[in-house]
Design a protein around this ligand. Sequence first.
Ligand code: SF4
Ligand code: SF4
Length: 323
Amino acid sequence: MGYISKSFKHLFGYRVARPGKEEQSEELRAIYEAKKGTLSKSDLEKVHIEHKQPYGGKWLKRRWLTLIAVNLLFVVSFYFDIQLLEGALTASRFVGFHMADLNSALQVILAYKVMVLNLFIGTVTVFLLWVLLGGRTFCSWACPYHLLAEWAEYLHLWLAKRKIVSDHSFNRKVRTVFYLLFVVLALVTGYTVFETLSPTGILSRALIYGPGLALLWVLALLAFEVFYSRRAWCRYVCPIGMTYGVVGVISPLRVTYNAEACHHEGDCRKVCLVPHVLDLTIRGGASQVHEDVGADCTRCGLCVDVCPTDSLKYEFKGLSKLV
Ligand code: SF4
Ligand code: SF4
């Protein structure tokens, strides 16, 4: 299956079928065959231990620093009135240029049935920016809720390991249903309903303008994720993730997989927010030796950090041919 159709299937919550043998390249089939029976449990364990990074990998550190810096820039600009990055994540001005979060822009257009020039400029600018930067990169590198949800996830996993909580998963198609619901609500009510509920907007505004009662909603979401369903908001509800996922389909910045050295042990799938995009790392799951991970991937780099065989890497398409 091609990258575009695979990405859309992932984004809308459909399962991508394992490729049949006839869909796999000869080179890949030879690699799978050569690996049969050659990897013992102790070999895997050894590589695993050698690769272990107790204080988080390089991409995790870079990403957290970037996310904090982006959000702090809003705060600093507001407090010192330096007009560098004015507004909040949903709508802002960067050194005078209008920027509009794509999902907020969509909600505004649907609710108020208008498209003013500044909104148009802001939407196009942000669209081009995130095409270049990878689409759902917005989630893992800029969204403040992502960072809190990651920390809540550590707590969830710690409790789950001790059998105090267990994860309840839902059908991934519910995100598509929520997406349509928020579209219809904006159209019918003439009000940007999702913006009131979005933890991304609530946190961004709270950081800049001070806390409000809406933070209780964010706390409730985090508690739900800790005690009931791991990363539930981002996995099953948030339309922002879906919008940027669609943008990511045409982005040249992707995570790519190389099946040659892969041990198929699944460390990457354990850390991923959207593990379905990594089904290609299961033995027999890829159709080419080198294959791109679908656009629902947030480009967070956790799998790149954790992979003991360096089989997952960032790639900017076309750039490797130029340099
Ligand atoms: S899915 Fe939504 S809440 Fe989650 S990281 Fe992306 S934008 Fe933020
Ligand atoms: S595939 Fe890797 S980079 Fe993409 S979301 Fe999953 S862990 Fe992050």
